[in-house]
Ligand binder design. Structure first.
Ligand SMILES: [Cu+2]
Length: 181
């Protein structure tokens, strides 16, 4: 009888814990601010690609990736104010699949940057020695997380690379270009 009692307490504890865990707090959805700043919604997916829901002017899209379109490049005019909202959509835990979007200066060795960043977990996977090459970056985002960055495109025309620095993702093709012209 005593065992049954302890057993039932145990079971209710399990249920209580499960209820806690299942109750994911609602992500505060940022209000879409209509301040005239061009906003680009980008998704990082489990194929290790930057994708968008639909084609739009100023976006260079490729074929399908999952249910979305591969984003290959963003076109901007010099100094244009741009807002990027990156969201990770994944079936995997953040330790296995997270994404960021780091825009770097012209002439940055992307391979070296990505390689060095693999061991920079404590710095959100941005290698400290490359920080001065990073124009702007989002946070590293796990499934369901979103980060918004608002910045001005560089004044100097050129093709600026952006990359996800989560280990293996540069090699997986998680890159794109900001074409300033
Ligand atoms: Cu990634």
């Amino acid at each position: 009888m005593k065992h049954l009692f302890i057993y039932s307490i145990f079971i209710s504890l399990i249920f209580a814990l499960a209820a806690c865990g299942g109750e994911t707090p609602e992500q505060p959805q940022e209000e879409a601010v209509d301040d005239g700043v061009r906003t680009i919604e980008i998704i990082g997916n489990d194929d290790m690609k930057f994708v968008v829901r639909e084609a739009a002017e100023g976006l260079v899209t490729g074929g399908a990736s999952g249910q979305h379109l591969l984003l290959e490049a963003i076109e901007a005019s010099p100094g244009e104010e741009i807002r990027i909202r990156l969201t990770t959509v994944s079936n995997l835990p953040p330790a296995a699949m997270s994404h960021n979007l780091a825009l770097v200066e012209l002439g940055t060795d992307l391979d070296a940057f990505a390689r060095a960043s693999i061991t920079a977990r404590d710095n959100d996977y941005i290698a400290p020695e490359f920080e001065d090459r990073v124009i702007v970056t989002t946070r590293m985002l796990g499934n369901g997380e979103t980060d918004t960055i608002t910045f001005n495109a560089p004044e100097e025309p050129g093709e600026y690379d952006y990359v996800c620095t989560f280990p293996g993702h540069f090699a997986g093709g998680m890159v794109g270009k900001l074409i300033v012209q």
